[in-house]
Every structure is written in structure tokens, then in C-alpha cells.
Design a protein around this ligand. Structure first.
Ligand code: SAM
Length: 242
């Protein structure tokens, strides 16, 4: 696939990601040939007759640690494969981690604009052997200040945020240009039919046909909400660029 953005995942539960990536917008992006997803099951690289992928931590402490050998093998194989598929471009290596920098819309945009394939290493248990983080140029990115059981959900949300920004993935009408965060602000509230729902009417200005007035109304409402909820964003109201 010449114009395909290649996105790979190394995971103990690739089925979790497959079902998400085959659904809705991430799924449509792949059907259109705009994104190609690749899965490496870490278990296939496990050691010994049990294909072991975890072991006890040196120095004691609770929980298990993901062993370096299966991770190293899976990374080597997937990196080589993605380089081949993308005409020699090395993938950006992402380790979703609560200790990473916060993944935000600006980062999603940068990844979407870069031609580099993305390769996600999904951790589990207490995390991965530190020597893998030291030996590969893995970028640690966090889904938020909370601890999840594994890297699959953060991976899924990062991929979704990136894929919907790729050219051709969304239709023009649902363009991401004016969405929340796209210019440091919130999107405006949306209304559809019926005009009256349980006694509550759509704001009259939206039915006025006065595009200037509609723009001003949307700007004001989105600015007020953003300043009340997220004053740190401090951007242009979503309506400004319309
Ligand atoms: N012991 C680790 C710590 O306290 O930093 C947490 C390990 S967590 C149970 C298992 C895996 O889930 C991590 O290796 C990471 O891949 C993923 N994970 C958990 N929370 C995450 C978050 N907020 N953002 C991104 N990945 C996360």
C-alpha cells in the first residue's frame, strides 16, 4: 500500500486492538487504504516451552516484570518489518506509560503530519525491563495521571486521535480543523432536530440564518465553557476560524 500510514503494535492481547481498529473511523481508514495496521503477539516471542514473557523482579517487590528477550525480539522483528513496508523510514517507537509525557492533541497532530510509521509497545504487569527502555529509542507517552492494567487502551486512544487527523480519513463535513483543542479552545454546543425536545428549544439564533450572529453565539458559548472548565487552554474560541 503506497499511501498507507503503517501503524504497528506489539501486545499480549492484539485482539483487543484489532477489534477497535476494525471499528468506526479507525476501521474506515484501513478499508480506504489510508492506514495499515500490523500486530505482533508478544507471546510468539516468549521464552521456553511456556513462551514465558514475564519474570520476578530482581531486588524483590510485588508483581512481575516483562522479560527483555521477548521484547527485544519483537521490537527487532517489527522495526525491520515496518522499515521495509514504509520504504526505509524508521518507525517512531512509543511505549505508553504513566511515567511518560502527557499525550495531547498537539502531539497527535505532529504524529499525523510525520510520514514515520508508529510502533506501540504495550506493557503489562509492573512494566518492562528497564534495559529495553535504555536500549531502544522508545518515547514514553502517558494517557493521563492514572494507572491502567496495560498499554492497549492508551495505544488505542493515541492511534484513534492520530488516524482521524490523517488526510482523507474524515469527510470534509466532519473536518477536525475546528474541533476542541484544534485552536486551543472548545468546540461549540451542537443541536439537531427536533427543534423542541421535552420542552427545551434550540437557541433561536441557530434558526435565524444570520451567519455572523450564529458565529458570535457559538464563539461566546464555547469561550465561556472553556474559561470555566479549562482556563489553562487560553486559545481562540472554536468559532473564530469558521
Ligand atoms: N508499575 C508501573 C508504574 O507504577 O509506573 C505501572 C504498570 S501498569 C500496571 C502496566 C502497563 O500499563 C504499563 O507498563 C503501561 O504500558 C500501561 N499503562 C498504565 N497506565 C498508563 C497510562 N496512564 N498511560 C499509558 N500507559 C499506561
Amino acid at each position: 500500500m503506497e499511501h498507507c500510514r503503517h501503524i504497528g503494535v506489539i501486545s499480549l492481547f492484539p485482539g483487543m486492538l484489532r477489534s477497535i481498529f476494525e471499528t468506526s473511523i479507525p476501521g474506515r481508514a484501513s478499508t480506504k487504504g489510508l492506514v495499515c495496521y500490523h500486530y505482533w503477539n508478544l507471546r510468539d516471542f516468549g521464552t521456553g516451552s511456556y513462551h514465558s514473557v514475564d519474570d520476578y523482579p530482581f531486588g524483590g517487590g510485588g508483581g512481575m516484570v516483562m522479560k527483555p528477550e521477548p521484547l527485544g525480539e519483537a521490537l527487532d522483528r517489527s522495526i525491520e518489518s515496518l522499515i521495509g513496508l514504509s520504504g526505509g523510514i524508521p518507525p517512531r517507537l512509543v511505549y505508553p506509560s504513566p511515567q511518560g509525557k502527557g499525550f495531547v492533541q498537539k502531539v497527535a497532530r505532529e504524529w499525523a503530519e510525520s510520514p514515520r510509521p508508529l510502533l506501540f509497545l504495550c506493557g503489562h504487569y509492573e512494566g518492562i525491563d528497564q534495559r529495553i527502555l535504555d536500549g531502544y529509542p522508545l518515547e514514553e507517552w502517558s494517557a493521563g495521571d492514572y494507572v491502567l492494567s496495560g498499554g492497549e487502551l492508551p495505544c488505542a486512544l493515541m492511534v484513534d486521535a492520530v488516524v482521524r487527523l490523517l488526510p482523507g480519513v474524515l469527510s470534509n463535513e466532519s473536518s477536525p480543523v475546528n474541533e476542541t483543542f484544534s485552536n486551543g479552545s472548545f468546540d461549540y454546543p451542537q443541536y439537531t432536530r427536533p427543534r423542541v425536545f421535552r420542552g427545551s428549544e434550540v437557541p433561536a439564533v441557530l434558526l435565524s440564518g444570520d451567519h455572523q450572529a450564529i458565529r458570535r453565539f457559538r464563539e461566546e458559548v464555547s469561550r465561556k465553557k472553556q474559561q470555566a472548565v479549562r482556563p489553562d487552554l487560553n486559545g481562540n474560541p472554536a468559532g473564530v476560524s469558521r
